[in-house]
Structure formats: C-alpha cells, structure tokens
Design a protein around this ligand. Sequence first.
Ligand SMILES: Cc1ncc(COP(=O)(O)O)c(C=O)c1O
Length: 448
Amino acid sequence: MKEKKEIQALKNEYPLLNQLISLQESFWINPKLEKYPIGIKKATLSQQDVNDAENRLMRFAPYLAKAFPETKEAKGLIESPLARIPTMKQFIERDTHQGIPGELLLKCDSHLPISGSIKARGGIYEILKHAEDLALHNGMLKVEDDYSIIDNEEFRSFFSQYSIAVGSTGNLGLSIGIISAKLGFNVSVHMSADAQTWKKDLLRSKKVDVIEYADDYSKAVEEGRLQAAKDPRCYFVDDESSRDLFLGYAVAASRLQKQLEQMEIKIDEDHPLFVYLPCGVGGGPGGVAFGLKLLFGDHVHCFFAEPTHSPCMLIGLLTGLHDQISVQDVGIDNVTEADGLAVGRPSGFAGKMMESILSGSYTVSDKKLYKMLTALADTEGFHLEPSALAGMIGPEKLLTEGTGYLQDHHLKEKMNNSTHVIWGTGGSMVPEEIMNQYYQKGYDSGKK
Ligand SMILES: Cc1ncc(COP(=O)(O)O)c(C=O)c1O
C-alpha cells in the first residue's frame, strides 16, 4: 500500500493519473519509446530466443497433431486466422463519425485450437518446454525423435510423478490445465474471483485441481507460488514474470508476418502496421509486441488496451514503477467484466521489456467492450469474449487522440496505406448460453 503523500506526488507529476482514477477512458503515448535499434537493445531477450521457441513448437507439432486432433489439419501448429473485417470497420466509422484510413484486420486468437485464447500460445508452450526438459534430462527423449511418441502411457506415467501450478483469471488456467492434464501431469489451477464458473467446471471435468479464491488475480498467483515452493517436484508457471510464456506469445509474430504476405499486405516504411492488444498482466500482449518489433522494427506501432477499472500496465509504465504500484494503490477497484484483463498489478518483467518499444496504451469502458462484441457478431459473425474486444476501439482512439503520435512519426500522410490489426484474444470456448448473454448485453446497451 502506498502512502497518501506518495500518491499525491505521483498525481502531480503525472496528471493523466487523475483521469485514470476518475475512470475516464484515456489515451497515452509512451514518451520513452525509442527508435527500434536503440529500444530493442534494452530487451533481455533476442530473436534467437524466439527462434528457439519456434523450433521447440515445431518439434512438438507431431505430438500436438496426435493428442489434439483439432490441430491435425494445421499439422500440429497452434495458429489462428487473420481476417479482414470491412463491415465492422464501416460500423465503427458510422458509430464514431471517424473515418479509418487503411485496412482493418482481426487476428482471431479467440479461435486458437486447444484452449481458445491468446493464452494457448504462451501457456501451452511453457508446459511443452517443461515436459521436454524433464524428458530429455531423464533420457526418455532426444530432440531428433518424432515427438508423437510422447502421446503414450509410458510418458503419461513418467509425467504423473510431477506437478504443475498456476494462478489465473481463467484463460491461462484453461491452457495450462488442458495441456498439463493431457501430458499426464498433476495440475492445480489457482483461480481468482473473476474467473468464470464454466472455465472452472471445464477444468474439473479434465481432472484438474481447481482452487478458488475470493480475492483478485494477484492473490491467486501468490498462493500458487507458495504451494509450488513447498514441493520440489512442482513447477510453477509464473504469469507475472515468465520468460517462457513471453517467448511462446512472441512466436505469433512470424506467423502473422506470413499471413500478411499471403494476403499481399505490405508492411514497410510507407505501409505502417498498427497493432492493438488487450492487456492484463502484460505477458501476452508484451510477448506478441516484442516479436513484432523484432520483425518489423519502426514500421510496427503497438498499443495496449486495458479496462478503465484495471489499467495496471498503463499506470506501471506511466509512473515507471511497474510492479511496484497497483491500481488499488491509487484507489481504482479492479472490478471489470473483462475477466481476462482484471489484473491490479502488472508484470514488472513485461513492463520493463515494453518500456522503450511500446507506442502507447489506452483504456476502454466495459460498456464499449459489450457494444463492440455485439457489433462484431452482427457485422462479421465473430463471437468474442468481452476482454477480447479491448483492441477494437484502438484505431479510432489513435486517429482522434493520438494525432500527436502520428505527426511525430510522420505517419499522417501514410495512413491510407496502413494496416490495423485488432488482436482478438479469446472467446471460442465460451458456452453458447453465456455468449448469448454477452451479446444481449451489448445489444441492450446500444438501445439506451
Ligand atoms: C481473453 C484475454 N485477453 C487478453 C489477456 C491478457 O493477457 P495478459 O494477462 O498476459 O496480459 C488475457 C489474459 O488472461 C485474456 O484472457
């Protein structure tokens, strides 16, 4: 908890903090953004690390194709479509009276196989890496092997000697729980109060131990960490500072690059790419943004999006205090219906990695998330969960409140050639009945 005096000093130094505290939607341009070659030097990970993660996922592809038949067609790749959403773009333009030059695309991580959210990238990757480390170390596996051999009783019995723990608002727990249980690990998921009942039920049906807390995400993580520390055979997936989770997300960048090429969409000095990423603790969007910067350098501009009630990463970056400050410290309640983003304290690791490469960040009200949810379903037929819509208002925000950024980076005259990618981070596993309720909520709020 911070002292009142300390908070007052922060408010004086960073007036935007007052706006965030009053829960108004806000837009922030990162004053510490550096030119790519300088900014990227501050990162503690490199392209080599991302390549290493990509190669590991390739080694596991035969296993995934066998153990999860839904990945068979993509040969064991956990990947999602990149879709053009012109009708949604028209809706936003009509609704906001703001033209959006360039093309609007949706990266459908909402439809990633196995666990239906961006967390399928990092979460599954980290468990596969841990499983590989154990199997290699114990002479069960060689990197040259066809990893489909892992889908058998001998491996499941071997992994059953070990356990996995994770703290989650829901989607990370789903990803870690599903893959760990499939491999044969004993797995405990520590769920925050925000986690949806259906996610807990689904995990329990897969024999995952679900532990519920009446508290928020930070508490669930803390408890998971404590439990794991007591057991040397327990591996803790640390959403607040895991390098492996981060790298699993970063692999998305080269996949997106290929999809853009296939769609004949150019990204270069005259064709800028803008990417809008929903942010909770920061690892997911951080990893993707990091991977994109490595590939596109100054031609990509990444923005994070958080609920007005949970702007933890924005406050951490704005004040430079990262994980040394929470939204509760400044009197914000961290109560949002965007359950995946209901995080009060950001990852210090992700925040520091982003400090010199992130273009900016903004907040969005829950009401707007629902409005966008319903509009996207109506216009394009995509059904996403509320958190996953946080990116959708990004282009309009940038074009109205981020004109200074466009000017400073000589982008104004290039906007007709621009591409906006909204990262749609979750939704395909939401039960139909709950999705209908989300839809109705957005529909009703539109009528008011
Ligand atoms: C749907 C959805 N979007 C975005 C995120 C944000 O990811 P992170 O918490 O790594 O910032 C989450 C996190 O659980 C999520 O569930």
